[in-house]
Ligand binder design. Sequence first.
Ligand code: UDP
Length: 239
Amino acid sequence: TNPTTGPRRVLLKLSGEAFGGGAVGLAADVVRRIAEEIGAAVRAGVQVAVVVGGGNFFRGAELSQAGMDRARADYMGMLGTVMNCLALQDFLEQDGTTTRVQTAITMGQVAESYIPLRAIRHLEKGRVVIFGAGAGMPYFSTDTVSVQRALEVGCDEVLMGKNGVDGVYDADPRKDPSAERYETLTYDVALRDNLQVMDNTAIAMCRDNDVRMRVFGLEGAGNVTRALLGEKIGTLMTA
Ligand code: UDP
């Protein structure tokens, strides 16, 4: 489904952690900056779909550790992602960028349902489409959903925006000062070396479907725009 000609269409994954600024809740200044950086790329002609995580509110696995039923906890996690979607939508609209939120769990008052063809139409019209509530299914991650949505709505590339790290390293750069960042990396090597870029379901899906993914750091002014425009920042992952 990848368009070989025509405007660039990308899927941007934003970690919930970034939205919380490292805490629980919403860091409005961070979300506003990211929204403005997305707006700049949209005005330059890039079609942008977004998946937002929810780690700044709830992670199902953590609630399950605390004694909750895993599936119900995962639904709480998915609902958290929708709050992030609405925040991003608000700051995008304030900045003059038109948006639609589509959720995998129906909630008609706040968002459209996920309808792939409709999402594509929004993108063609220059609207930013923000996908919420993950896959609508427990035991999945927003990383996996990012890959799935990118495939279904025909994105050229997945841009995986990370908090606290600016690409994929051969060791944890926060613990090992000699860690080196990969310029390019295959999914097979990431799986073999257990590099923890994202969960293995997402990596396997990328590998099996030949998805191009750029892993980059959300921090630093202009990084989101650069990634959206196709600059070679961070680490490029390929099959
Ligand atoms: N989640 C889920 N199914 C999905 C996507 C998300 O159950 O398809 C839940 C899961 O509990 C996860 C939480 O939503 O922990 C928040 O998403 P994620 O951890 O992927 O967010 P991020 O780490 O990117 O902030």
